[in-house]
Design a protein around this ligand. Structure first.
Ligand code: HAM
Length: 426
């Protein structure tokens, strides 16, 4: 009897086993290809960041910073860093802007186009397709306010989904104004909601004064009836924001990208200005229907203590995309662990079998079955593994430096000398 309970993974995190990893690899490869095609360069950013970066970036009142942050305990050696507490990053945009300045990318040609694929952490309630550790494909254009970049990011990321065969995506679009026009709009929103406060659920009652835009994020049934008559931000945009929104729509039309205007799309992070967008797919269902989203964040750099610098970007959920590729589209067949299995039959053949494996690996992925099972058992395992060839060898054949090379698909078998194997398998 084992002495302790078997140890399992932490709640809300999971192992990506080979079958699913193959779908991740497809999504990540397509991400790299799409980003490169548009001239975006890859960066790698730390997974731990100072808590201030996240709180000032995505906003203390957002769920992501307010409720879902994984905070690290200060290190026992009490170095200076312990004072500035560290968290596991819940998203990459604030880090990307930090890296842009810290690495001096703001000094070179502008704008700077960057992307990264990496793990994010949010202590959310675990549910289907909502994990506490997940992977995002993140793209950012920093250093230019033109709406043409908003549309470039949308086109790139739409292309990413399309390249993987994910169709019927719905692109939701909105503008949430900027520091110039949003305060007046928020006043109008508060005025509308104040008389309704008692009929909202407790969280939303608090939002009326503190963060009224978040009222649109609410999924509680009791709050839904009041949305339709609420003032719409798009009716309250200042002239420059309205012009930028018109330009985004007209450039999307020119690119042939269909979108749905959604006046309630506000996104869950506080740094957005002007354009916000999201890709939804009904097959994902419920609250987890977003494959990715993004928008413009012209005030973020200044919020982080850097010179005022505009930016726009997107993050896609790689776990959700991989799930779609695997279960909805059946588009990904994981490759076999090895294309060739070397099956030594009898004792004392390990050294010879390892040599045969080495010879085959020049042209094909190869594994050696060193177990002491019968030929029948080894052949059944080889068939199950999805390997294409078995290279079978007994002591006599090892002596003669040959194997019986069996094609596991056609069943054909022939004797092949070791030094002819690369040719036979090519
Ligand atoms: P976000 O909407 O918070 O945006 O996340 C983007 C995508 O990440 C979501 O649409 C979803 O597919 C995936 N995602 C988020 N949380 C989870 C989770 N718990 N489990 C699985 N997938 C998840 C951002 O993070 C912004 N940084 C996007 C951005 C970039 N805006 C400007 N630049």
């Amino acid at each position: 009897m084992p002495k302790t309970q078997p140890i399992r993974a932490a709640r809300g995190v999971r192992d990506i086993l080979p079958a699913e990893r193959a779908a991740f690899a497809v999504a990540e490869h397509a991400a790299h290809e799409s980003a490169r095609r548009y001239g975006y360069q890859e960066v790698e950013l730390p997974i731990i960041e100072p808590v201030e970066l996240i709180e000032r970036g995505v906003g203390r009142d957002s769920d992501v910073a307010g409720k879902e942050l994984y905070r690290l305990e200060p290190h026992a050696d009490g170095d200076a860093e312990a004072a500035s507490r560290l968290v596991l990053r819940p998203e990459a945009t604030a880090s990307m802007v930090r890296a842009y300045f810290q690495g001096g990318l703001n000094q070179g040609p502008q704008p700077v186009r960057l992307f990264t694929v990496g793990q994010m952490f949010r202590h959310d309630k675990p549910q289907h397709l909502r994990y506490r550790q997940f992977v995002q494909f993140d793209v950012e254009v920093i250093g230019n306010p033109s709406p043409a970049y908003d549309v470039e990011v949308i086109e790139l990321t739409w292309g990413w989904l399309e390249a993987m065969g994910i169709g019927q995506i719905s692109l939701e679009l909105n503008s949430i104004g900027d520091a110039n026009c949003r305060p007046q709009y928020l006043d109008a929103l508060r005025e509308y909601y104040r008389p309704l406060r008692d009929r909202l659920h407790p969280e939303c009652q608090r939002r009326v004064e503190e963060n009224p835009l978040r009222l649109f994020d609410c999924k509680e049934p009791q709050c839904q009836p009041f949305k339709a008559a609420a003032p719409r931000i798009t009716d309250h945009l200042c002239a420059p924001c309205a012009a930028a929104f018109e330009e985004v729509k007209s450039l999307l039309d020119a690119a042939g990208l269909e979108y749905r205007l959604n006046p309630y799309l506000v996104r869950g992070l506080d740094y957005y200005t002007r354009t916000v967008f999201e890709y939804q797919h009904e097959s994902l269902g419920g609250a987890q229907n977003s494959l990715g989203g993004g928008g413009r964040y012209d005030g973020l750099a200044a919020d982080l203590g850097y010179p005022d610098t505009p930016g726009v970007g997107f993050a896609g959920g790689v776990d959700r995309v991989a799930h779609m590729l695997q279960s909805e589209l059946g588009a990904v067949t994981p490759p076999p662990a090895a294309e060739v299995l070397v099956l030594p039959m009898g004792e004392g053949l390990d050294r010879a079998a390892a040599g045969v494996g080495r010879a085959c690996r020049g042209v094909r992925s190869t594994a050696v079955d060193y177990s002491a099972r019968s030929l029948g058992a080894k052949m059944r395992a080889a068939d199950k593994s999805g390997a294409r060839w078995a290279a079978i060898m007994n002591a006599d054949e090892a002596e003669r430096r040959v194997v019986q090379l069996r094609d596991l698909v056609s069943g054909d078998q022939r004797e092949v000398a070791w030094d002819q194997l690369p040719e036979a398998l090519a």
